[in-house]
Design a protein around this ligand. Structure first.
Ligand code: TPP
Length: 327
């Protein structure tokens, strides 16, 4: 079986700087959301991805517009990277009429088919059989598109995920499974839900490659994702990439996360994906103080504008509650 680590996918300095921008934008968007929640401005549940941004950026970077993603509740950044504007995303979190679902749902249940985003449901893991269905469509229509299905290590233990992996393997579907292993499923630590070390080991049992990588290293994620994507496009079937990571905030903004220690959090903060990548770019003289100031200013402006857009957007019209329904 070919190894997903065999190939090296080159990135230009411009692309590396673009990755830096995305990491910063997603981090800052999440930080601002945390503040807005405390100010009572946000109506949606907020599931911060701070600390996990390298997974989103490393997997979405270079995806084609007509490739599909099936994100999980923590993957707000994938929406931004797939082309949803920060303003519309913020309006979604405010449940305003200008948001993705026009104020109908909380947070990340919306999809945008023109952008290749399939909205998730609250049943965790249930997005993976849907992703397999999408990938089957691509295969039947002989399109060389791929699907990325994201799920947590908690969701990895649901029956849906096992069925999706088996089905994807049998039909050699163009599907990349990305497990965001952040150690906790809400308050449940991984050792209380799995008897093995790596979720990635399960792939072999279904008949495809699985790899466990440092999910806080955006370049490691990118290399693994590109390998898996190119194999999927080439008809070689699915891959499982397990990204080891950690969420800095609680499960959601209403969770103070008393179930973990300050020392553990401090240790993971020392592995900050943004700081690590910044150091890498600086060492290679790709990133200068001027670049950092430019990106910071751009990101701040974009988020300020997004907040202003959401604040100034109308609330949904109650009559719209019965439009766009299927009977
Ligand atoms: C099928 C299902 N079981 C239980 C829940 C309740 N629940 C909501 S979030 C959560 C933890 C999810 O952990 P994980 O899948 O690891 O993703 P993470 O939130 O850590 O990114 C649970 C158990 C759910 N939403 N769906």
């Amino acid at each position: 079986m070919p190894s997903i680590k065999r190939h090296k996918f080159k990135l230009s300095n411009e692309q590396l700087l673009e990755m830096f921008y995305w990491l910063k934008l997603i981090r800052s968007f999440d930080e601002r959301l945390g503040i807005l929640v405390r100010q009572g401005r946000v109506r949606s549940g907020v599931y911060s991805s701070i600390g996990q941004e390298a997974i989103v950026v490393g997997t979405c970077f270079g995806l084609r517009p007509d490739d599909y993603i099936c994100p999980l509740h923590r993957d707000m950044g994938t929406f931004l990277m797939k082309g949803v504007s920060p303003g519309v995303m913020m309006a979604q979190m405010y449940a305003k009429a200008t948001g993705l679902s026009k104020g109908r749902d909380s947070a990340l249940h919306s999809g945008v088919s023109e952008l290749g985003i399939f909205g998730n449901t609250s049943m965790l893991g249930a997005n993976t059989p849907v992703a397999a269905g999408l990938a089957l469509t691509f295969k039947l229509e002989q399109r060389d598109n791929v699907v990325i299905a994201y799920f947590g290590e908690g969701a990895a233990n649901t029956g849906d995920v096992h069925e999706a992996m088996n089905f994807a393997a049998v039909h050699r579907l163009p599907l990349v499974f990305v497990c965001e292993n952040n150690i906790y499923a809400y308050s449940v630590p991984i050792e209380k839900s799995m008897a093995i070390e790596d979720v990635a080991d399960r792939a072999e049992a279904y008949g495809f490659d699985g790899v466990a990588i440092n999910g806080n290293d955006v370049l490691a994620v990118y290399q693994a994702a590109q390998g898996a994507i190119s194999r999927a496009r080439g008809g070689d079937g699915p891959t499982l990439i397990e990204c080891k990571t950690y969420r800095w905030r609680g499960h959601s903004e209403h969770d103070p996360a008393f179930y973990r220690t300050d020392e553990e959090l401090a240790m993971w903060k020392s592995r900050d994906p943004l700081t690590t990548f910044t150091t890498y770019l600086r060492h290679r003289s790709i990133l200068t103080d001027e670049h950092v100031a430019d990106v910071d200013a751009r990101v701040k402006r974009e988020i300020d504008e997004a907040v202003a857009f959401a604040e100034n957007s109308p609330d949904p019209d109650p009559h719209d509650g019965v439009t766009d329904l299927y009977a």
